[in-house]
Design a protein around this ligand. Structure first.
Ligand SMILES: CC(C)(COP(=O)(O)OP(=O)(O)OC[C@H]1O[C@@H](n2cnc3c(N)ncnc32)[C@H](O)[C@@H]1OP(=O)(O)O)[C@@H](O)C(=O)NCCC(=O)NCCS
Length: 170
């Protein structure tokens, strides 16, 4: 089941996030975060009316996905950057695609135009997942990151949510 997250889900979300921080190059932070950090993130998403979706199995959070502003300048207000994380013992079961399909629909209903994914170039599971959802690669940035003692390359992928749409009259 996929639903909107509540504050009660934050400890499980934090555990999934911190596992990715400590053990993967999916996120380029190195320090695990405390619950207050995830609460602040939850409140910020709520204030912007942006979704945090969780996949739930037997009352346990098995993954989550969310988006925020891509860049903090007015001209980028129709673009969002998302993240998707599946608990490490639940990967390869199709949860990531399910979360992403639901998130894409939410971005459309928020009136967004483009979703941006910034993916470590060696993260082939994520790149393939995004390709299957219709994302195309629009940028390659060699060696812009570092983690675990090596340079990391960044691949930008994007999905146009409503191709051909004219800019909204505001
Ligand atoms: C990337 C991610 C979201 C994909 O979600 P998922 O639910 O595993 O997606 P899928 O079930 O479609 O599987 C994706 C691929 O992983 C493979 N896979 C199978 N078992 C796996 C396992 N135990 N661990 C990792 N990947 C596995 C699948 O076969 C599939 O490979 P394919 O692309 O060749 O078909 C998930 O692996 C994840 O959370 N990874 C860590 C965080 C991350 O990278 N997030 C994205 C940041 S941009």
């Amino acid at each position: 089941m996929i639903r909107d997250a509540t504050e009660h889900d934050l400890p499980a979300i934090r555990a999934i996030y911190n596992d990715a921080v400590l053990n993967t190059t999916a996120i380029w932070n190195e320090q695990p975060v405390d619950l207050a950090n995830r609460q602040a993130w939850f409140s910020a998403r709520q204030a912007q009316q942006y979704p945090i979706l969780v996949a739930v199995d037997n009352d346990e959070v098995t993954g989550y996905a969310s988006f925020g502003d891509w860049r903090p300048f007015e001209g980028f207000r129709y673009s969002v950057e998302h993240s998707v994380y599946v608990r490490n013992d639940q990967r390869g079961k199709g949860l990531g695609p399910h979360l992403m399909q639901a998130l894409i629909e939410r971005a459309r209903s928020c009136g967004k135009h483009v979703m941006v994914a910034a993916i470590e170039s060696g993260n082939l599971a994520s790149i393939r997942l995004h390709e299957r959802l219709g994302f195309v690669t629009t940028g390659q940035m060699p060696q812009v990151g570092i983690k675990f003692g090596r340079w990391l390359d960044l691949t930008f992928m994007q999905l146009t949510l409503n191709p051909g749409a004219q800019p909204p009259k505001e």
